[in-house]
Write a protein that binds this ligand. Structure first.
Ligand SMILES: Cc1cc2nc3c(=O)[nH]c(=O)nc-3n(C[C@H](O)[C@H](O)[C@H](O)COP(=O)(O)O)c2cc1C
Length: 231
C-alpha cells in the first residue's frame, strides 16, 4: 500500500467529562502496565496532534467548558493525566513531550511562544525527568519559537528534537542549548544508530517514500553495519 494523502474521516467530537475521566484512568492503567513490564520510566506524549496536544493548542481546542478557552483550561487535561501517571511513577521517572509549532496532523496555535512558555512554566514545579520538545515544524522545517525561552521557563532537563545530526546534537549539548537530543529519522534508518555515532560509521539513507507507508518495507529492513564492533 502506498500513502495516498488525506482520507475522508468522520468529524471528531468533543469528549464529555465522563469520557475525559475514563481517558485519564486509561493513562494511569498504561503507566501501571509500564511498571509491570519493567520500564525505566514513561513519557507522556503531548505532541504532534495526538489527544493531549489537541487539548493544548487553541487551533484544535474549541471547548467552552473548563477544558477549553484560556491556556490554564487547555492545560487541565495534561495536568490531570500527569497527576494520574505520577500516582504510579515517581515524578523523576516521567517525561513530557511537546511540539509547540509542529503542523503535523493539521495542528496550529495562535501564539505558541506565549502558550507553550506558560505550559513549560506550569510543568516546572512537577520535577519531571525531562521536557522533550519537537522544535519547529517537522513538515516545513520552519522554526519561529525561541526554544531557549521555553527551556528557561521549564528549568529542568531539556531534550531537543527535530532535524539534529550527530554533529549538531553534540554542538547543542556543548553550547548548553540542550541537555539531551532525540533522533527520529536517523534511528528509523539505522537500527544500530548508537554504534554508528560512537564509531563514526556512515549512515543509511532514509527512504522517505516508505515513511508512513503501511506495507512491509521501510521500517524493519534497514541493514545494520556489517563490520566488527570496535572495542
Ligand atoms: C516515519 C516516521 C514516523 C513517525 N511517527 C511518529 C509517531 O507515531 N508519533 C510521534 O509523535 N512522532 C512520530 N514521528 C516524528 C519523530 O518522532 C520525530 O519527532 C521527527 O521525525 C523529528 O526528528 P528527526 O529529525 O530526528 O527525524 C515520526 C517520524 C517519522 C519520520
Amino acid at each position: 500500500m502506498t500513502y495516498t494523502g488525506p482520507q475522508d474521516f468522520v468529524t471528531p467530537v468533543e469528549l464529555d467529562v465522563e469520557e475525559i475521566n475514563a481517558t485519564v484512568a486509561q493513562f494511569k492503567l498504561a503507566a501501571q502496565f509500564a511498571v509491570a513490564a519493567g520500564f525505566d520510566g514513561v513519557e507522556v506524549h503531548s505532541a504532534n496532534g495526538y489527544l493531549i496536544d489537541q487539548f493544548l493548542r487553541d487551533g484544535s481546542n474549541q471547548r467552552s467548558d473548563t477544558y477549553g478557552g484560556s491556556p490554564e483550561a487547555r492545560f487541565r487535561f495534561l495536568a490531570e493525566v500527569l497527576n494520574a501517571v505520577t500516582a504510579v511513577w515517581p515524578t523523576h521517572r516521567v517525561g513530557v513531550r511537546l511540539s509547540p509549532e509542529n503542523s503535523f496532523n493539521d495542528m496550529h496555535d495562535s501564539d505558541p511562544q506565549k502558550h507553550f512558555g506558560q505550559f513549560a512554566q506550569w510543568l516546572s514545579p512537577l520535577n519531571l525527568a525531562y521536557l522533550h520538545v519537537l522544535e519547529g515544524d517537522m513538515m516545513t522545517q520552519g522554526c519561529k519559537v525561541d526554544y531557549q525561552q521555553m527551556r528557561a521557563a521549564f528549568g529542568g532537563i531539556y531534550m531537543a528534537n527535530n532535524g539534529y545530526s550527530k554533529e549538531s546534537a553534540q554542538a547543542a549539548i556543548r553550547s548548553g542549548a540542550a541537555d539531551l537530543v532525540a533522533f527520529g529519522t536517523p534511528f528509523l534508518a539505522n537500527p544500530d544508530l548508537v554504534r554508528r555515532f560512537r564509531e563514526d560509521l556512515p549512515l543509511n539513507t532514509p527512504d522517505h517514500a516508505s515513511f508512513y507507508g503501511g506495507n512491509d518495507r521501510g521500517y524493519i529492513d534497514y541493514p545494520s553495519h556489517e563490520g566488527p564492533v570496535s572495542p
